[in-house]
Structure formats: C-alpha cells, structure tokens
Ligand binder design. Structure first.
Ligand code: COA
Ligand code: MG
Length: 306
C-alpha cells in the first residue's frame, strides 16, 4: 500500500495548451490550485514538437510553482507519446496525465518507462476517464492505486470525449450522464484517489459555470477542470467548504472531544444523532480548510482575472 498523499486542494485545475507560451506564463500567476500543461487535445499535430519545446522552456524558467503542475501527454502508443513522456519527465511535474485510460497496461506501460528513467515515486500518473470503457472500468482502474508501480493519483473526467463517444448531447447532456459521472466518483473513492470534474466549455457563461461547479461539488468531486482564467474564482468558491459547514464541523469536533464523550460511538447534538464517522468527516473538512487557507496565503494570485 502506498502512503496517502498529503491534502492538496484541487478545486480549480486549469488546462493550458503548450502552444501558448504567454498563457503558460500567465497560468503561473493565477489562483488555480493546479495547472495541466497540455500537449494532447489542445495542440494540433503540426504544433506538437514546438509545444514540447515550450514545455521545457517553461519549466526551466519556472522551476517552482505554488500550484500543483501536471503535464498531459499523448497516448504512449501514438506517434507523439514517447517524446512527450520524456519531455514531461524531464520537467519534473507533480503528475503526468494520460488520455483515455481504459486498461491496466495504459498505466503500466508508462510507469515501466518512467522506472527506466529512475523517476521518483512521488511522480504520479493521473488518468483521463473519458471513454465508455474507462467509465465502465473506473472502480477496477482505481483499485490499481494501491499497487505502487502504477503510480495512480487521480481521475480526471473528460466529458467532451465521453459525450462524443456515447452520443449523449444537447443542453441536458450532463443530466443524462450523471450516473456515469457518479460511477467515476464512486470508483475514485473506492481506490482512495482524487477525482476532478470535466470542463465547462462556454467561458462567457459564468452563471452556468457556477451552477456546474456547485453540482460537481455536491456530487463529490474534489474540483473542476477549467479552460479559461475567468473560471477560477467560481471553482475555488464552490469546492471550498462553506462557512456553515465549517461551523458545524467545529461543533461536532468540540462535542466529541468532551471528556464525557470520549470513546462514545454516537452522541446527540442539538437533537441530531452524530456518529463517530461524522467526527472523522468533520476533522477531514477542517484539515481541508487549513490546507486551502495555507494555499491562499501562500501566494497573492489573481482570483478573478478579467
Ligand atoms: N490558461 C492561462 N491563460 C489563459 C488561458 C488558459 N487556459 N486561456 C486564456 N488565457 C489568457 C490569455 O493568454 C489572455 O491573457 P493576456 O491577455 O494576458 O495575454 C487572457 O487569458 C484572455 O484570454 P482570451 O482572449 O479571453 O482567450 P482566448 O480567446 O485567447 O482563448 C481559449 C480562449 C478557449 C481558446 C483558451 O482559453 C484555451 O485555449 N483554453 C484551454 C483549452 C484547452 O486546453 N483545452 C483542452 C482541454 S479541454
Ligand atoms: Mg480528451
């Protein structure tokens, strides 16, 4: 069993195409919790080589970041995969994100290649779940996270690809796909890994985005993947614990810490039954809030860029 990752807020996870060096630089100044440097879908085939060079240049210029940094590569079996992987490995990101993960070998082939480069075990693999087969096998794939060599750290839902493959469409697409998204959340939780919601394509529609973020948070996602800086504020707000939930958590912790409640499995609080599991849940929420507060004092990033 691998040791658990420390709590890292992943409320806002911004994709940046690696053929846009100016946007890559800008991303380092923003308040997103994580940045996905994209060599895959957002970069046209004839721009792939230049994008890889931009990635190298960027990580040389920005050796450190307060954001978690992930590089999305093309599938290992594609024309670009091996070179992408070597470039990503050389940059020492926190994780490498693999597209269309469906089978154990998609992870294992990459982790074998990484082992040959003596990559540290802290370098994680994140898996895009964005095909029917990937969704159907989410719980199995997540179970691989307990096997060290797989390096699996998180699932990232790719709703655009999933809708394309399945034929789900129209304004209610997410409604029809909800049970699939929940299957990915359930799978991720069964393997103890993080899970990030898909993107909201219309970056001019901030109300729609706020609704989508609230929905994703209620569904249990850790955060949302984003395409534009203007989306960061809404995601950070929706995926942060609310003031009310923190007050409730503090009350539960205080109640369980009373000497008369020591060792009790269940107590009554304000006319409600509260179980020890709620105590643990409350402690986890407070720890998450501490991690978020630390992240926010860590930097003076721009939370609401225009
Ligand atoms: N990350 C960082 N900065 C970004 C950004 C991103 N994803 N998208 C836009 N910006 C920056 C621009 O560089 C610009 O900065 P500047 O004015 O300081 O130079 C500013 O934000 C405003 O950009 P804007 O003109 O509104 O956007 P655009 O029309 O240039 O680009 C998109 C719109 C959607 C093409 C662009 O946001 C994008 O490529 N997003 C990511 C897409 C992606 O990665 N998809 C794959 C995963 S789904
Ligand atoms: Mg995709």
């Amino acid at each position: 069993m691998m040791t658990a990752d420390p709590i890292r807020p992943r409320r806002s996870v911004l994709y940046v195409p690696c053929d846009r060096p100016r946007a890559m630089e800008k991303a380092e100044t923003l308040a997103c919790d994580a940045i996905i440097f994209d060599l895959e879908d957002a970069v046209a085939p004839d721009a792939k080589a230049a994008a890889r060079e931009n990635l190298r240049t960027h990580f040389r210029a920005f050796r450190q970041s307060t954001a978690e940094r992930i590089v999305r590569i093309n599938p290992l079996a594609s024309d670009f995969g091996t070179e992408d992987l070597l470039a990503a490995r050389g940059c020492r990101p926190d994780a490498i994100l693999l597209p269309k993960v469906e089978d154990d070998t998609h992870l294992l082939d990459v982790s074998d290649a990484l082992a040959q480069t003596d990559a540290p075990q802290t370098l994680r693999l994140w898996a895009m779940i964005e095909t029917a087969r990937g969704v159907a096998r989410a719980a199995h794939l997540a179970s691989l996270s307990s096997i060290g060599p797989y390096r699996l750290g998180a699932f990232v839902v790719g709703t655009n690809d999933l809708f394309k493959e399945t034929g789900v469409n129209g304004p209610d697409a997410r409604l029809y796909a909800r049970s699939w998204l929940m299957q990915v959340v359930l799978g991720a939780r069964s393997g103890g890994i993080a899970v990030l919601d898909g993107v909201f394509n219309n970056h001019a529609d901030l109300e729609g985005l706020a609704r989508a973020c609230a929905e994703g948070a209620a569904m249990g996602f850790d955060g949302k993947t984003l395409i534009h800086p203007v989306q960061i504020g809404a995601a950070n707000a929706a995926f942060s614990p609310s003031a009310d939930s923190l007050t409730a958590a503090r009350q539960i912790v205080a109640a369980f810490e009373l000497p008369e409640n020591a060792g009790k499995g269940v107590i009554a609080l304000d006319g409600r039954m509260v179980e020890r599991l709620h105590f643990q849940q409350a402690q986890a929420l407070l720890a998450k809030a501490v991690a978020i507060a630390a992240r926010e004092t860590d930097n003076n990033r721009d939370t609401n860029p225009s």
